[in-house]
Design a protein around this ligand. Sequence first.
Ligand code: FES
Length: 93
Amino acid sequence: MAEKEKLRIELCMGSSCFARGNSGILMSLEEFAEQNGISDRIDLEGHLCLGKCNSGPHMTIGGKEYSGISDPDAVADIIRKALEEMDAESDIH
Ligand code: FES
């Protein structure tokens, strides 16, 4: 069976986004991935300040930008849906 495509998740690790929620998001994301057995399905990366701190915390999930979400459960839902969409697309092709 072919290896499934990975979902790319980029978190802004600049000091403002980190303080506004991405520090907690990072920890809960790693825990969520481990508990749900999807650690090998996600590609998690941090990046430096994007210069839009006022609307942070910023993250990109599967190429889509998200701002102002500091609730780890909301992020987990976005990731779950993004993985489902990726799997549905790969079933079509
Ligand atoms: S710290 Fe994230 S945009 Fe500035």
